[in-house]
Design a protein around this ligand. Structure first.
Ligand code: ADP
Length: 546
């Protein structure tokens, strides 16, 4: 028997309509690329999205067409999110930190019809425009006064484009499974692969993201997503903030410690989210200047493992609750988050930090399991680790244009490429990416565990661990260190530092000091490049083994 409830389609346009009606004056504050701070409310965001929707129709964009963005977090990017997806066109957020050849690849692969770009990226796109034959025009996200001289063919000023339009627009109603947006994974190996979200998956992810034990911010909060809108939809915040009516603070292009701090402070931000690299810069700035965070209640850390020392500093020194989260572009992206239960809140500070160093509990809507190499389920005992598989209504069922099909099995499970454990509380801990785990004498060593201990040393700015070939053990860990400014920490100091913190056999065989560690376009350590750089490196333990 069918239920007798309306089957209203879950569409992204409903989010901005809701925000305009019920939170019309709630502000979106943006630090613009041009410099000044810009403010307006959700009502105006909705009205301008509708002007853009009318403009897109005039430009001939139809249901299923794709348009690209190269843009920072800001109000115009929000208008594009809603104006584009709302009409049934697909909003393809291009990560501008990718190499130019990767940008060419994904714009062509996605078949972007138009490209919206911030002033910052005009030169970048001018350099590759002749390799983008399908792009019919470039819309520069600025006003007439700031419009640059450009060699881009068919360049249009964003404000000019929408000023000619009416804000009278009726969002079309269509199947909720229609594609809404497209985001490519950074692809540390091979070409980036496209994840094509639907209206339904986006709205469902938003509902789950809004639960109090997921991101859980609301109409009393001021939210600053440091995580970019081109990195898995700013982890859903670009949709969730309007849905719940939170004030939104958009940081634009400056993500250094001083700039982020200034906005957190001046706008009274209560909730923020970003990758560990960004928080390292912020904490360093606060350490140097003695600043405090008076309004900030919670900070989500994800994208890479949150080091224990970072969780301690946020919570114990600044009174900011850390929410350690794990997810993937393929998952919209939230998968697990480390909110504590009532019982866990009663644990000692030490025990809580230990638990929060794990990546958290699964959220509603995502099934998770760990399996061995034959696909058999593994126990959740906090020790046994295996390949992490996921499935759910906001998990990809395949990549755009059928690529990478081997990551998806016939029962709908997606192989995350991560290796993890689950404990008795359902808290997951990422051991490593499966290709980064170090295989030593039949045992697996987690590079993440070693890195997390190393960054707790005051003389360390950044640490990376890779496996180096070893005749006796197969592989042994090499620790690569960027020293903190004005410090002279030695190899011996560091090796000593591991005593009692990790198992003896996991302590690296050697330490090398470098000026900088390479990063991917989403701020992760570029291990492929490090392995290339240290190919043939001979560990001091090798001669002893021979
Ligand atoms: P990209 O692959 O484009 O850099 P993703 O954000 O989709 O972007 O990367 C997802 C991967 O990032 C995960 O599979 C996992 O390896 C890693 N990751 C994300 N969050 C965490 C975390 N909290 N701890 C450890 N690794 C994480």
């Amino acid at each position: 028997m069918r239920g007798l409830m309306q089957s209203k389609q879950l569409l992204i346009s409903s989010i901005i309509e809701h925000a305009a009606k019920f939170h019309g004056n709630t502000e979106i504050v943006s630090r613009t690329v041009e410099g000044p701070i810009h403010r307006y409310g959700y009502r105006e965001l909705c009205a301008r999205s509708k002007k853009l929707a009318n403009a897109l129709e005039r430009l001939g964009c139809e249901l299923g067409d794709v348009v690209g963005t190269l843009a920072w977090n800001g109000y115009r990017h929000m208008e594009i999110y809603y104006g584009v997806s709302g009409t049934g066109t697909v909003c393809h957020t291009v990560n501008p930190r990718l190499f130019p050849e990767q940008i060419v690849y994904i714009i062509n692969h996605a078949e972007d019809k138009y490209i919206f770009l911030d002033l910052t990226f005009v030169a970048l796109i001018e350099g590759i425009a002749d390799q983008l034959p399908r792009v019919a025009g470039f819309i520069i996200m600025t006003d007439e006064a700031d419009m640059p001289e450009t060699t881009l063919p068919n360049a249009v000023c964003y404000e000019t484009l929408i000023s000619a339009e009416s804000d009278d627009y009726k969002w079309p109603q269509f199947d909720e499974n229609t594609a809404s947006s497209l985001c490519y994974t950074s692809g540390t190996t091979g070409n980036p692969k496209g994840v094509l979200y639907s209206h339904r998956s986006t709205v469902l992810h938003c509902y789950t993201g809004g639960l109090v034990d997921t991101l859980g911010f609301g109409a009393r909060d001021t939210v600053l997503p440091v995580v970019p809108m081109f990195h898995a939809n700013s982890w859903g915040i670009a949709y969730l903030a309007p849905m719940v009516g939170a004030k939104l603070v958009m940081p634009g292009k400056d993500l250094d410690g001083a700039s982020v701090y200034e906005l957190l402070h001046s706008e009274g931000v209560t909730f923020t989210a970003g990758v560990p690299t960004v928080w390292l810069m912020l904490l360093q700035y606060m350490e140097e200047t003695g600043q405090r965070l008076d309004t900030l209640k919670a900070s989500v850390i994800g994208g890479s493992a949150a080091p224990r020392s970072m969780i301690e500093t946020f919570q114990n020194k600044y009174g900011v609750q850390v929410l350690h989260a794990w997810g993937m572009t393929e998952m919209s992206p939230l998968g697990t988050i480390g909110t504590l239960t009532a019982r866990q809140e009663g644990w000692s500070v030490e025990e809580k930090i230990e638990l929060q160093s794990k990546q958290g509990r699964g959220i509603f809507g995502v099934e998770l399991k760990i399996v061995d190499d034959d696909g058999a389920d593994l126990p959740w005992d906090g020790k046994t680790f295996g390949r992490l598989l996921v499935r759910g209504a906001f998990v990809a069922e395949g990549y755009f244009k059928g690529e990478g099909a081997d990551a998806f099995d016939e029962d709908g499970w997606f192989d995350t490429g991560d290796v993890s454990t689950f404990d008795e509380y359902g808290f997951m801990q990422i051991t490593d990416r499966s290709k980064d785990v170090i295989k030593s004498g039949g045992e697996w060593i987690s590079s993440i565990d070693i890195e997390n201990v190393a960054v707790g040393h005051p003389g360390v700015a950044e640490a990376a661990v890779i496996g180096i070939e070893h005749p006796k053990w197969d592989e042994r860990p090499l620790l690569i260190i960027v020293r903190a400014q004005d410090t002279e920490v030695s190899r011996e100091d560091l090796l000593q530092f591991f005593n009692g913190k990790i198992a003896k056999w996991c302590v690296p065989d050697d330490v090398v000091f470098v000026e900088a560690i390479p990063h991917t376009a989403t701020g992760k350590i570029q291990k492929v490049e490090l392995r290339e750089q240290f190919k043939g490196y001979v560990l001091p333990t090798v001669s002893a083994a021979e």
